[in-house]
Design a protein around this ligand. Structure first.
Ligand SMILES: [Zn+2]
Length: 394
């Protein structure tokens, strides 16, 4: 996500989204002309792609997600409640068929089909690296919902230029894609990395949070909760980069050196580049240990983690560096598979005083050869020197 809002309270009132089931079903593979990432050009180009998991093309409803338009939501931090003024309804995709390929006929159709496609690619990628299809509940994707946030101090914000995943209840989780206002480059819904980033939050939620909901999660120490939040962002970026091979995937949507207030606390650059070497620092460490969850910004820990795993993929890459030093698909898949397994392990062993070195120990245990473990230990010794002695297996 680009600009995060924190969901850290229990919902006082949640109205379920009711969607009438009706209408025709169109199943199977569909060819659609959408912007797709081209690694060689490091750019997005209109490409004829196959969408394979749709049950109903007209409504963009399928096994990956169901698009929902027109929702109106008020998130009130003064009352600690979420109020669905309008639950929303099925969207209508419009496309014109040309030589067997559907060309979206308006901007919304292009953006919505892109969102579905980006999430489908993410789902298939996770299935490739070991995710069982029933890990995630079926989720809605709220397209351009009208979300008003009432802050604790009474300030009202209309959410724009953002996309996020949100957990509300066991069977009520979803993706939210907001209107574009300031950022007029590639819309977030068409950015493959952004969609995989958000999808990874849903996977992280299922693997790490779900087994610990109400127990360890409620009792986390300040540092434990902050490191876990940072890890969540780091995994989301790592998986986005691993799937796309695009280490600064946000740059297609938001210029480098664009600074906004993030986490209500600090002005920060939005674009993070996993191909840069990020070092764990005393500043990152003390922020995670001292700042209350409401003020903690997870992106420094996240950028450090994503950069570390990107370097690992480079270091274990038998194929050698590809164009622009991007690790091969095989090396990226191996790191993603290792990370997915380690997150599964973390969900079963999460401690209330979680530390990043717990995660590194799990990753090392999951790496398949001693040479790969050695490569990761060498990276940690250099970039995580502060707590390197607490990593098990190095
Ligand atoms: Zn995020």
């Amino acid at each position: 996500m680009v600009v995060v809002i924190k969901i850290s309270f229990s919902w006082a009132a949640v109205l379920a989204v009711m969607i009438a089931l009706a209408g025709c079903r169109q199943e199977g593979e569909v060819s659609v002309r959408l912007p797709a990432y081209d690694p060689l050009a490091d750019d997005y180009k209109l490409t004829d792609v196959e969408i394979t998991t749709l049950d109903d093309l007209d409504r963009l409803d399928g096994q990956t997600t169901t698009l929902v338009g027109g929702a109106q939501i008020v998130l009130d931090y003064q009352k600690n409640e979420i109020d669905w003024k309008e639950a929303g309804a099925y969207v209508a995709f419009g496309g014109i068929k040309s030589d067997g390929v559907l060309i979206p006929e308006d901007f919304d159709s292009l953006a919505m089909a892109s969102a579905y496609y980006g999430l489908e690619l993410s789902m298939l990628f996770f299935e490739d690296i070991g995710m069982p299809r029933d890990l995630l509940v079926h989720m809605e994707t709220y397209y351009w919902p009208d979300l008003k946030i009432i802050e604790a101090d009474g300030e009202e914000i209309d959410m724009r230029d953002n996309a996020f995943y949100m957990y509300i209840a066991q069977n009520d989780r979803g993706f939210y894609i907001f209107p574009y206002e300031d950022f007029q480059w590639l819309p977030l819904s068409m950015n493959a990395g952004v969609m995989t980033h958000e999808y990874t939050h849903a996977v992280f939620d299922a693997l790490v949070h779900d087994p610990n909901r109400g127990v360890a999660l409620a009792a986390m120490t300040i540092s434990g909760a902050n490191f876990l939040y940072g890890l969540n962002e780091g995994c989301a970026d790592s998986m986005a980069v691993a799937r796309t091979g695009d280490p600064d995937y946000m740059e297609h949507s938001i210029e480098k050196e664009v600074y906004v207030v993030q986490c209500n606390t600090a002005i920060r650059e939005i674009v993070r580049d996993a191909s840069e070497e990020w070092y764990y620092s005393p500043a990152i460490d003390s922020a995670a240990r001292l700042q209350p969850a409401a003020d903690f910004c997870p992106y420094d820990v996240g950028a450090f983690f994503a950069s570390l795993l990107y370097s690992l993929a480079r270091d274990i890459d038998d194929a050698g560096p590809g164009p622009d030093d991007i690790p091969s698909v095989e090396a990226r898949l191996e790191v993603a598979t290792t990370l997915f397994g380690a997150l599964d392990d973390l969900g079963l062993s999460l401690k209330t005083d979680f530390e990043l070195y717990d995660m590194f120990s799990l990753l090392i245990a999951r790496l398949s050869t001693q040479a790969k473990k050695d490569a990761f230990c060498a990276l940690l010794e250099s970039r995580y020197a502060m707590h390197y002695d607490l990593v098990e297996g190095c």
